[in-house]
Structures are given as structure tokens and as C-alpha cells.
Design a protein around this ligand. Structure first.
Ligand SMILES: Cc1cc2nc3c(=O)[nH]c(=O)nc-3n(C[C@H](O)[C@H](O)[C@H](O)COP(=O)(O)OP(=O)(O)OC[C@H]3O[C@@H](n4cnc5c(N)ncnc54)[C@H](O)[C@@H]3O)c2cc1C
Length: 553
């Protein structure tokens, strides 16, 4: 494949040559280094690269250049290569310029001049950004192809699984591409089973399950040991944080994740309030980094495997997997999070996956290009998705049950929504039915005091109406509140008393359930904050308590 490009722009020839030299030293094996002495020259080169169908991975641009500043250049360049990572080179006094860059072009980083030694001050930043870019980069050909019909729920599941596992694939609509349709028919006569997934090694899978895909992609689906110090049920932010700390502190640790690591956060288009990411971070990106970190510390991560039941076989805790195999451990963490609440109105169920989606379903963004989209819900997650889809869709209509958006959403999102011209917000509005043959075409929306019904045409509807805890796996074993959230630590007391099942002299640790050695943290826990940062905090704190527990067994 042709090498992707790193472009550097600087009007001072010595600086330009020095950057080019340092870039070549480190990246020439994998990237083509292209340099330009001005913004105008660089833009011309960018246009030519686009015409040649080249891939542009990263811009490294001087902030202060005559005629066209670094930020002005990036404003234009990102219209042509929106996914390329953007770095400004600034002098110390230019922090304001860099902050303006973050706001105007969603700058990924600003580097101070001089960047010597590059091994410390240049390469780590660029390595990180390029890793990030290549993880989401879709090569124009080669690789996996998914052939299916648009708006089909099964095709959506496959695309979602691949993209959440950062596996590049090409989507081909069998209605539109006769050649691929013929190929797909050869594998699936009459196209009764779609999608067909074609792999570069010549093999195919029909309507594959998450597990079949995981196995084909070489993801770990079975545990290597029969016994662990800590089994973590659920690989969202809570479980991942716990695995990082447990692994780094020498505990034999395994995460069992029913889908793909990242949990709810993994479906978020942009998490903007997580410490250390001033320009925001996508949930998928955060999940990728955390998963890599957990594995680096020796934790095992099983993908597309579900824990069906948790039980005690003293002195061990046992996790029974979906195929009946059992993992034994000393301590077990329930970090199963929450699942989205379903919208129960006529038409929704049959159209789910066919234009109706729960969560942000960013895999569908391309299919929404130029179309009208509905977002149901008024919390932050709905706001983030609205802004995200507004970049592709012709129009996004938000349907909010409350009287005002500000009742349920952070003000920074409310402001941005107000400033985006192709977003309309309907308050006091509820979806009462969905219509469409084969895929969503319109929704009936009731609003106003008289609950007048208005039909709104839309190609897609994304629903964000809250979630319920996934605690069934430990039902009947640990104490839960009436909403199904798991009780831990002091919350286990009623009328000052611990449950009768608690036999130990000591009190339960803060994140320990009514069963000693079984911990719960993150969204599934009663009283948790339902935020990424608190999930990560609880996951890591739980490991400290696991250590204390292990001292007693
Ligand atoms: C669209 C969206 C946007 C959001 N944006 C933000 C934001 O900007 N900022 C913020 O702070 N918070 C945000 N949140 C909230 C945040 O994502 C959650 O608080 C956080 O993900 C909770 O982490 P968790 O690990 O406790 O649970 P989850 O993220 O729910 O993860 C639990 C995991 O456990 C797995 N699992 C469940 N049961 C089993 C089982 N039996 N066996 C195996 N695996 C199982 C699930 O598949 C899942 O992957 C957002 C949420 C959503 C849905």
C-alpha cells in the first residue's frame, strides 16, 4: 500500500529542514514526509494529494507564518483531510494561539519550539497521534469487506462490532454493487443470509456472531488459566481501570466482556469532561488505549464472552460463562454497567437496527449524510450525538420530553446546539410511533398541551432515554436496591444493620457487596455517579479493597 503522508509546514527554511530531518529519522519507514514553505504551497500540495487518493495522517505546522497562519492553514486543510491529526509548533509566547487552534480546528496538540531532544519532546506525541490515526484509518481497499443490505440490523451489528474493535473494513451495499452482489450470492445463495463478510485470506462468514468475528480476528475469547486472583465481569471504563491496576500490581486478572471493551463510554462520540483531554476524546479511543494498557500489565481480556451467572464455592468465587465453562477466583468485581432503556412505542421494535438505533451508533454516520435525523432524549449523551450527527446530516431534530434543554444537559452542549444552524430542538415532545417499510421513514411526535401529533420524516432515529443496571448476573446472590442497582459498603445497612447473610466481624469494604470478596463498582452500583471519571475511579479503588480482602483468604 502507498505510504500515508505526514506534512510539515514552516516559513523558516532552517526550521523546516530540521523538522523534516527529525520526522524522516523516525517515521520514513512507514510514512511519506512532505514539506512546504508556506500555507499556500502546502494547500496546493494537500489538494494534489487528495486527487491522487493519498492518505494524510498528520499535519505539523508552524503557528506563526506570514500571509497564512498555521491555524488558518489547518482550517482549510481539514476540509480536505478531516481525519488527519493536527499539531501546531509554537513559541512559548504563543499559548493563546494554540488555545485558539483548539477551538477553531480541534487541534490535537501543540508543541513548543525547540523540540530537542526529539526522542523526548517530539516522537512520543507524534507516535501517540499516529497510532490514534491509524487505528481509525480505513484503507481504500484490501482488508475486510462487509457486504449486506443497508439498514439491516444484522449488518449494523457486524459493522458496529468491527468498528468498536478498531478493525478497518469496507462496507458494500449489495443493492448498489452488482459485482459484489454476485460474490455475495455465491457465498449466500439467494442472499438469504446477510451480511457476508469477506476476509483477505479468501474465507467468508455469513451473518457472523460477535464471538465468530472475535475468533476470526484473533481476539482472545477463552481464558488461559482455570484460576485467577480477580475476575472482572464487564470491560467498560470501570472494569478496564480495575484491570490496569490489578494487572500492574501483580494480580492474575481476567476481564470477561460480552461485547467489546469500552462499555457505554465506547459508544460516545466525544467525551469532553474526562481529565487530561482538553479537546475531548472519543469513547472508542479511550477504550482502545485502556485495553492496550490493561493487556500490557498482563490482564487477559476476553471479548464477546458473557458471564451468565456468578456463584460462591467457598473459598472461591465462580463465574459461569455463556458456554458453561467456569472461571474460579478469589475475588470478583461486578462492573457490568447499564444497558439502554428501550422505547416501547409501535413500530420501534421492527425498525431497530433498520434506521432506529440505541446510542450514538456512529457506524451509521456515513449513511446519514445529507439526510434528516431524529435524536430522542435531552441528556448529555443525546447532546453529544446531536452535535456529532449534525456534521453529516442535512438536519437533526432533537425530541426532548422536558420543557427546556438546559434542564437535563450541560450548558456547554446547550450553547453549541444553539449555535449549530441545522439542529432544531423540540421540547415537550415524545415519539409515539415509528413508520417505515424495511427501514425508518418517519416518526409520529406528540407535543404541546393538546399532545398534537405531527409526522416528521427521517432516515434515522437515535434514542437516548436512559439505562437500567445489568445486575441480573448476580441476582439472588448479592443485595440490590429496588431499581436493580447493587448495594455495597455502608449502603448495605438498613436500620443500621447489615444483612443477615453477612457473617463476618468486619464491615463490608466500601465497594464490597453483601457477599465477601464480590465487589461492585461503576454504573451498576447503587449511588454511583454515572460518569466515566467516577467509573474509572471506582474501578481502580476496588483493586485496593481486593488486596485487603486477599489478605484474609
Ligand atoms: C452515549 C453515551 C455518552 C456518554 N458520555 C459521557 C461523557 O461525556 N462523560 C461522562 O463522564 N460520562 C459519559 N457517559 C456515561 C459513561 O459512559 C458511563 O458512566 C460509564 O461508561 C460507566 O462505566 P461502567 O464500566 O461502569 O459501565 P459500562 O460502560 O456500562 O460497561 C459495562 C460493560 O460490562 C459489559 N457486561 C455487562 N454484563 C456483562 C456480563 N454478564 N458478562 C460480560 N460482560 C458484561 C457490558 O457489555 C459493558 O461493556 C456516557 C454514556 C453514554 C451511553
Amino acid at each position: 500500500m502507498i505510504k500515508p503522508v505526514i506534512m510539515t509546514v514552516d516559513d523558516e527554511p532552517e526550521v523546516l529542514n530540521a523538522v523534516e530531518r527529525d520526522l524522516r529519522k523516525r517515521f520514513a519507514a512507514d510514512y511519506r514526509i512532505v514539506k512546504a514553505g508556506s500555507g499556500a504551497q502546502a494547500l496546493e500540495a494537500v489538494r494534489q494529494l487528495k486527487q491522487r487518493n493519498a492518505a494524510l495522517a498528520l499535519f505539523l505546522v508552524d503557528a506563526r507564518m506570514p500571509q497564512m497562519s498555521g491555524t488558518e492553514f489547518l482550517v482549510e486543510a481539514r476540509k480536505i483531510f478531516p481525519d488527519a491529526r493536527k499539531v501546531l509548533l509554537t513559541a512559548y509566547a504563543d499559548t493563546d494561539v494554540a488555545i485558539a487552534g483548539i477551538n477553531q480546528v480541534q487541534l490535537d496538540h501543540y508543541l513548543m519550539k525547540p523540540w530537542d531532544p526529539p526522542a523526548e519532546r517530539l516522537y512520543p506525541v507524534l507516535d501517540d497521534l499516529l497510532g490514534d490515526w491509524s487505528a481509525s484509518f480505513r484503507p481504500p481497499f484490501e482488508g475486510i469487506r462487509v457486504a449486506g443490505s443497508p439498514w439491516s440490523p444484522k449488518s449494523h451489528d457486524v459493522k458496529d462490532f468491527l468498528s468498536r474493535n478498531l478493525t478497518p473494513y469496507q462496507w458494500v451495499d449489495v443493492e448498489q454493487d452488482a459485482a459484489v452482489r454476485a460474490e455475495a450470492e455465491a457465498a449466500s445463495p439467494g442472499l438469504t443470509r446477510l451480511p457476508v463478510v469477506f476476509f483477505p485470506d479468501g474465507t467468508t462468514l455469513l451473518e457472523p456472531s460477535g464471538r465468530a468475528l472475535a475468533e476470526k480476528l484473533g481476539l482472545q475469547t477463552t481464558a488461559t488459566k482455570p484460576f485467577y486472583d480477580l475476575v472482572i465481569v464487564g470491560g467498560g471504563p470501570t472494569g478496564l481501570a480495575a484491570a490496569v491496576y490489578a494487572g500492574s500490581e501483580g494480580l492474575r486478572t481476567v476481564i470477561v466482556e460480552r461485547e467489546t471493551t469500552g462499555g457505554q463510554a465506547g459508544t460516545s462520540a466525544a467525551i469532553e469532561n474526562y481529565l487530561g483531554f482538553p479537546s475531548g476524546v472519543s469513547g472508542a479511543d479511550l477504550a482502545r488505549r485502556a485495553t492496550a494498557q490493561a493487556k500490557r500489565f498482563g490482564a487477559e481480556v476476553l471479548t464477546a464472552r458473557e458471564v451468565a451467572k456468578v456463584r460462591v464455592e467457598a473459598p472461591y468465587r465462580m463465574a459461569t460463562l455463556d458456554d458453561g465453562t467456569e472461571l474460579a477466583c478469589y475475588a470478583l468485581l461486578l462492573s457490568c454497567g447499564m444497558q439502554v432503556r428501550r422505547l416501547e412505542v409501535p413500530g420501534i421494535e421492527t425498525l431497530t437496527g433498520a434506521g432506529v438505533f440505541y446510542g450514538a451508533a456512529l457506524t451509521e454516520a456515513a449513511a446519514c449524510r445529507g439526510k434528516d435525523v431524529l435524536i430522542v432524549g435531552g441528556a448529555n449523551s443525546a447532546g453529544q450525538a446531536t452535535l456529532s450527527f449534525a456534521r453529516y446530516a442535512h438536519k437533526v431534530t432533537m425530541l426532548v420530553r422536558g420543557a427546556a434543554l438546559a434542564e437535563s444537559m450541560s450548558s456547554y452542549l446547550v450553547d453549541r446546539i444553539k449555535d449549530t444552524p441545522n439542529i432544531e430542538v423540540l421540547t415537550g415532545a415524545e415519539v409515539v410511533a415509528a413508520h417505515g417499510s424495511g427501514h425508518l421513514e418517519a416518526a409520529d411526535v406528540a407535543s404541546g398541551e393538546a399532545r398534537d401529533i405531527r409526522r416528521i420524516e427521517a432516515a434515522a432515529m437515535f434514542i437516548f432515554i436512559g439505562a437500567t443496571p445489568r445486575s441480573e448476573v448476580a441476582a439472588g446472590l448479592v443485595e440490590r436496591d429496588p431499581g436493580g442497582f447493587i448495594l455495597t459498603g455502608p449502603d448495605l445497612r438498613t436500620g443500621g444493620k447489615l444483612p443477615r447473610s453477612w457473617q463476618l466481624e468486619r464491615d463490608p469494604f466500601l465497594l464490597e457487596t453483601s457477599v465477601p470478596g464480590i465487589f461492585a463498582a461503576g454504573d451498576v452500583r447503587h449511588g454511583s455517579s454515572k460518569r466515566v471519571a467516577s467509573a474509572v475511579g471506582e474501578g481502580s479503588s476496588a483493586v485496593g479493597m481486593v488486596h485487603k480482602y486477599l489478605e484474609t483468604v
